[in-house]
Design a protein around this ligand. Structure first.
Ligand SMILES: NC(=O)c1ccc[n+]([C@@H]2O[C@H](COP(=O)([O-])OP(=O)(O)OC[C@H]3O[C@@H](n4cnc5c(N)ncnc54)[C@H](OP(=O)(O)O)[C@@H]3O)[C@@H](O)[C@H]2O)c1
Length: 385
């Protein structure tokens, strides 16, 4: 029996994780579940799984959570520190499924207790990859990737053979605007941007997929998870989202992982690792898929991917600035304050104006993140006035 804590249990990844572990009650039990403020969904999941602890990051939601779980054995708590306490609650597996850099402190808390941390929440690795990976080494924590591309690489990449890897190739669907002109993309609405052709996901990652910033964040994530430099990580557009990524070896062989686009498959791999577990995901019918298409990404129409690679290669605080500016940009686009193309423009400007030194602690990472958000917000207000 493995005990599991899910950080971000009410989101898309959190819900898929719950779906898997609730199918195997003899194999998994729930230690703690967290959310930001979705009390209804959190309380329902805590009741179903008999979770020991349920936590809302937004403390103002705690009275409602307490009320919703009255009469159960589930303890409740509220606030960011309580989410970090949940992350270090001693579970065998902690699933990082919070969206954004808000997951950084909880992920670090989980890593510092030395267990196994399943990483879906990519932004903490983008902003503080070196610190997270270094802490994992020092505290003996195991990081398992749940992001479908990194999970695919993890399944193909024999670490004992690392020196024989020539490059890894992260595939990208290309998002809903893959073949749209720049002109046409100017009028994109939030509803259009969150309607991903292949995956059902939270709003922020859906917009990131539409701008290709998601692939840029994944490029940086892969750099830290697989210890590879930028030039050994390629991006390939593959609209069917069936080949989730590939590893090329020095002899010219390529290994790939294929599956239907259902996050339960990579999450199940991480939950059951080093074994495997059954999932209800649709099986691939290759004869009916019939063909796979590939193309190189277009960095003119999707500048976010170029910016992410530049930030990775610049190092220091650049990835933090990239991520923080993008989070503000995406939230502003979803709120109808800016246009779709403005997201990458905001990120580029923030990177150009960044004068931060390389951070040496999580506190410094959080300060660069905070300062970038303040700068981006005030620059946006000046333009919108
Ligand atoms: N969705 C996918 O298929 C997928 C695939 C690969 C990687 N990922 C990555 O996984 C992460 C989660 O994505 P998602 O699509 O599952 O997001 P989502 O559906 O928006 O869910 C986000 C979760 O984080 C919680 N949360 C939001 N803000 C928070 C805060 N400030 N403090 C604490 N918790 C907070 C939310 O709680 P409330 O519900 O209360 O707001 C919710 O439980 C992202 O980093 C994403 O890039 C997602």
């Amino acid at each position: 029996m493995k005990t599991v804590t899910i950080l971000g249990a009410t989101g898309s990844v959190g819900t898929s994780t719950l779906d898997l572990i609730e199918r195997e009650p003899d194999r998994f039990s729930v230690r703690a579940l967290t959310a930001n403020c979705d009390v209804e969904r959190l309380a329902a999941a805590a009741r179903r799984t008999r979770a020991e602890l349920a936590v809302v990051a937004d403390e103002s939601c705690l009275p409602a959570l307490r009320e919703a779980l009255r009469g159960t054995d589930t303890n409740v708590a509220g606030g960011v520190l309580a989410v970090c306490d949940a992350a270090r609650s001693g579970a065998d597996l902690t699933v990082g499924a919070i969206v954004g850099c808000a997951g950084l402190q909880p992920v670090m808390a989980a890593v510092e207790q030395g267990g196994t941390v399943v990483i879906a929440n990519k932004e903490p690795l983008v902003s503080a990859g070196e610190l997270v990976v270094d802490a994992a080494r020092r505290f003996g924590a195991t990081l398992l990737p749940a992001d479908s591309e990194h999970n695919a690489i993890f399944q193909c990449f024999d670490r004992a053979q690392a020196k024989h890897v020539r490059r890894i190739i992260l595939t990208a669907s290309g998002g809903p605007f893959r073949d749209w002109s720049l002109e046409r993309m100017r009028d994109v609405t939030p509803q259009q941007a969150v309607a991903h052709p292949n995956w059902t996901m939270g709003a922020k990652i859906s917009v990131d997929s539409a701008t290709l910033m998601n692939k840029g964040l994944e490029l940086i994530e892969a750099h830290y998870l697989f210890f590879l430099p930028s030039e050994q990580i390629d991006i390939l557009i593959h609209p069917q989202s069936v080949i989730h990524s590939l590893v090329e070896f020095v002899d010219g062989s390529m290994l790939a992982q294929l599956a239907s686009p259902d996050m339960r498959i990579p999450i199940a791999y991480a939950l059951a690792w080093p074994e495997r577990m059954a999932t209800p995901a649709q099986r691939l019918d290759l004869a009916s898929i019939a063909r796979f298409d590939f193309e190189a990404p277009d960095l003119q129409r999707f500048p976010a991917l170029r910016l992410a690679r530049e930030a990775l290669e610049a190092g220091g605080a650049a990835p933090i600035v990239l991520n923080a500016a993008n989070e503000v940009g995406v939230a502003s686009f979803l709120a109808g304050r800016i246009g779709f193309a403005d997201i990458a423009a905001i990120v580029e400007r923030a990177l150009d104006e960044s004068d931060f030194g390389a951070p040496t602690s999580i506190a410094e990472v959080l300060e660069v993140d905070r300062m970038t958000r303040v700068r981006v917000e005030s620059a946006m207000q000046a333009v919108c006035q």
